[in-house]
Design a protein around this ligand. Structure first.
Ligand SMILES: Nc1ncnc2c1ncn2[C@@H]1O[C@H](COP(=O)(O)OP(=O)(O)OP(=O)(O)O)[C@@H](O)[C@H]1O
Ligand SMILES: [Mg+2]
Length: 459
């Protein structure tokens, strides 16, 4: 399981990261605009001040320029904060008239209006405005410039105040959004908590589909879980069915064994005791066979590593021939003529012991059910894309309506005289499933007997 994480924390994290990022950009823009706005307002005052001074510049009788700085011109600036104001007036180039000689003068011109720039003076940031005018005597006009500057404390204070307010507003919004996310996640998760409680309250074997109403995003998950539960239910049912049947199948031979043991204990003659012992022994053999079949079935059911089982390539002809040979004496004892047909090796990908088991079951059935005097043929044929194993007999066969039923576990025909558990054909079919093979049951030649064929598709 991956480590648990909180949806709520994740959402909050991304909300905060993204709003913080956007907030920084927004604040930078706000600050730029605040500085611009405060500049526009203050520049107008600066220009007014320069204009008021310029109006007081006159040409003296000796042709020099004179200025009488009006108090109000500087007063309208100093009224703001603790800002300090500087000015200078210059006549024609190189002719300083009055003010702070170290104050920078702006070179560029801008029609009739003042030009503005940020600069520094005495290690302090200042805003400078330079205005170009000329004073006239009536005969000639003398150009001059008026430069007014002020420190930028008030402007920066204003911009900072605007910035602070926006930052506070933003923080307030982020906090609000975080609370909304927190609450809405809690509300959105409520159906999931209900779902958890509903599943938690169930009894362990209640595998009915979950019918809790959940958000549409969660519905696919619930559907998947429901599908899983249906499969689990059918697997459990199959297991219960199987164990029930298995114990039932074993109960009969065990009962026979007990009866025969009791009979032999009470026997008055040796022949009577021997007869009971023989019957008991047959019942033990029957039980043994059922157990072997059950174990084999369980083993196949548990075989999940199909790749490992199909890794080996084996010669089907050789295996079939060998097993047929092994069973000939048994067949002969039952009055059956068992034969083999097949030419040359035919390779399939399978596990040899399981293929042997498959063959033993099919041939065993033919010997058990075809009846005395019947012929049984084991045959290997092949086409371009398949290898086929056939076990054909000319006995009574299986009625068409029963062909499906005999494939079920524990299903047997009417001929219950011969011992069996009804697991042979199901085992064959399961082994086929492991090796991508197919089991077909059909009447034999001339519609007589049974032909069981297993088709292995070539890979
Ligand atoms: N060659 C056959 N001819 C006629 N009937 C057959 C033949 N093979 C199988 N059957 C019928 O199909 C039934 C099911 O066969 P299956 O091999 O599955 O179980 P079984 O032989 O009864 O028991 P087990 O094989 O577990 O000992 C048999 O009981 C029998 O009635
Ligand atoms: Mg059988």
């Amino acid at each position: 399981m991956t480590s648990a994480y909180s949806l709520r924390r994740r959402l909050l994290f991304w909300l905060l990261i993204s709003t913080a990022g956007l907030g920084v950009v927004a604040l930078a823009d706000t600050y730029r605009e605040a500085v611009q706005t405060s500049n526009i307002v203050s520049d107008r005052v600066l220009a007014g001040s320069a204009l008021a001074i310029a109006e007081r510049v006159v040409v003296a009788e000796d042709g020099s320029l004179q200025v009488d700085i009006p108090y109000v011109a500087l007063e309208m600036l100093t009224s703001a904060a603790q800002d300090r104001v500087f000015y200078r007036v210059d006549g024609p180039p190189g002719d300083f008239i009055t003010g702070y000689q170290a104050l920078p003068v702006l070179k560029e011109t801008q029609g009739d209006g003042a030009v503005f720039a940020d600069d520094s003076f005495r290690n302090e940031p200042i805003r400078v405005a330079t205005l170009r005018r000329s004073a006239s005597t009536g005969i000639r006009s003398v150009p001059f410039t008026v430069t007014v500057a002020e420190t930028t404390i008030a402007r920066r204070q204003l911009a900072r105040a605007i910035l602070l307010r926006s930052a506070l507003r933003l923080l307030f919004m982020i906090a609000g959004a975080a609370i909304i996310v927190w609450i809405s996640v809690t509300v959105a998760l409520r159906p999931l908590y209900k779902l958890r409680d509903a599943i938690g309250e169930r009894s362990p074997d209640d595998l009915h589909p979950i019918e809790q109403s959940v958000p549409s995003e969660v519905q696919p998950l619930v559907d998947t879980v429901n599908g899983f539960m249906v499969r689990l239910q059918s697997a459990l049912d199959a297991l219960r069915n199987f164990t029930g049947n298995a114990s039932h199948q074993l109960r009969t031979p065990l009962a026979i064994i007990r009866t025969q043991l009791a009979l032999s204990a009470r026997a008055t003659s040796l022949a009577e005791a021997q007869g009971a012992a023989l019957k008991g022994d047959q019942a033990v053999a029957h039980a043994e066979r059922i157990l072997a079949q059950l174990l084999l079935m369980a083993k196949i059911d548990a075989a999940t590593a199909k790749e490992a089982l199909t890794a080996a390539s084996i010669d089907l002809t050789a295996i079939a021939q060998e097993i047929t040979g092994d069973l000939i004496p048994i067949a002969a004892a039952a009055g059956i003529d068992l034969g083999f047909e097949g030419d040359g090796p035919e390779t399939i990908h399978a596990e040899p012991l399981l293929i042997g088991e498959l063959l033993r079951n099919l041939i065993g059935n033919a010997i058990a059910y075809a009846g005395k005097g019947a012929e049984v043929t084991v045959r290997i044929t092949s086409t371009a894309d398949a290898v086929r194993l056939e076990v054909e007999d000319n006995g009574p066969g299986i009625p068409p309506e029963k062909l499906d039923a005999v494939r079920q576990r524990f299903s047997r025909g009417n001929d219950t005289a011969s011992p069996g558990a009804g697991l042979g054909l199901p085992i064959v079919e399961e082994i086929c499933g492991l090796f991508n093979a197919r089991l077909d049951l059909e009447p034999g030649r001339d519609g007589k007997g049974l032909k069981a064929s297993v088709t292995f598709e070539r890979r």
